[in-house]
Design a protein around this ligand. Structure first.
Ligand SMILES: C[S@@+](CC[C@H](N)C(=O)[O-])C[C@H]1O[C@@H](n2cnc3c(N)ncnc32)[C@H](O)[C@@H]1O
Length: 227
C-alpha cells in the first residue's frame, strides 16, 4: 500500500512539474522553439525533454524495435541516443519523424553519417504518419513528449491505433512507457483496444539523478508489443 502511494505521489509530482513549466499554446510554438542541447540533456520550452541517464534504456528499446530487422520507424529524435543504437543493428531502413525544427537539423546531420539508410520526416506524427502505407514496418520505437496537460504520462496512448496499422503482422512496437514495473490497467486497455493482444515487457534498471523532473524510480518498463 505504501509503495502504491509512493508511485502515485511521484506521478503527481512529475505531472505538477510539467504543468508549472507550462505547455506550448500551439504545435507551432513547439516546432519553432529553440532546442537547448547540453552534454547530458535536451531542453525545449524549459521542458526536460531528454536526459542521457536513459541511454541504457534506449539501448534496450532499440534492440526490441530492431529484433525483426527490416524497416524500422522511430518517432522523436531528441538527442539521437536511441537512433544511434538502432543504427548498430542490421536493418534495411530507419524512418525517423521529428517535429521540432532545431532537432530536425540534428537529425539531418545524423542521417548523413548513419551506416544504414535513414529517411527523415519533418512534422508531428499526428500529421505525417497517415501518408505511410499500412503494414510497412517490422519495428517501431515511439518516444515523443507530452505537449499538453492531457498527454502527461500517456502521450503514447493515442499512437497505439496508428502503430497497429503501420506494423506488419509479427512486427514489434516499443516505446518510452512511463511505467515502473507493469502496465497500468488503463495502459493495457489502450493497447488491447488498438488491436494488440501479445503484450510483454522487460523491466530495466535505471539510475536517474535525484533532481530529474520526470522520472523518480529505479526501474522502468520496456514494452514488447507484437502485432
Ligand atoms: C524524449 S525525446 C526523444 C529521445 C530519443 N529517443 C533519444 O534517445 O534521444 C522526444 C522528441 O520527440 C519530439 N516530438 C514531440 N512530440 C512529437 C510529435 N507529436 N511528433 C513527432 N515528434 C515529436 C520532440 O521534439 C523531441 O525531439
Amino acid at each position: 500500500m505504501a509503495k502504491k502511494r509512493k508511485f502515485a505521489d511521484a506521478r503527481q509530482e512529475t505531472f505538477e512539474t510539467r504543468k508549472k513549466i507550462g505547455f506550448p499554446s500551439s504545435p507551432k510554438k513547439w516546432k519553432d522553439a529553440k532546442a537547448n542541447y547540453s552534454e547530458h540533456e535536451l531542453v525545449i520550452n524549459n521542458h526536460p525533454v531528454m536526459e542521457d541517464w536513459e541511454s541504457d534504456y534506449m539501448q534496450v528499446l532499440a534492440s526490441i524495435a530492431c529484433s525483426q530487422g527490416g524497416k524500422v520507424l522511430e518517432i522523436g529524435f531528441g538527442m539521437g541516443i536511441s537512433s544511434g543504437y538502432i543504427q548498430s543493428h542490421d536493418i534495411v531502413e530507419h524512418v525517423i519523424i521529428e517535429a521540432n525544427s532545431d532537432v530536425f537539423d540534428k537529425l539531418i546531420e545524423f542521417a548523413k553519417s548513419a551506416p544504414e539508410k535513414v529517411t527523415p520526416i519533418f512534422g508531428f506524427w499526428q500529421n505525417v504518419t497517415k501518408d505511410l502505407p499500412d503494414e510497412t514496418f517490422d519495428g517501431i520505437l515511439f518516444d515523443t513528449y507530452p505537449l499538453q496537460e492531457s498527454e502527461v504520462h500517456k502521450n503514447h496512448f493515442d499512437f497505439f491505433v496508428e502503430a497497429y496499422r503501420l506494423l506488419k503482422n509479427g512486427g514489434i512496437l516499443t516505446y518510452y512507457s512511463d511505467e515502473i514495473n507493469d502496465f497500468s490497467p488503463e495502459h493495457r486497455l489502450a493497447l488491447e483496444r488498438s488491436g494488440f493482444k501479445n503484450i510483454n515487457m522487460q523491466i530495466c534498471d535505471v539510475n536517474p539523478p535525484a533532481d530529474c523532473l520526470y522520472w523518480k524510480s529505479k526501474t522502468i518498463v520496456a514494452p514488447i508489443v507484437r502485432k
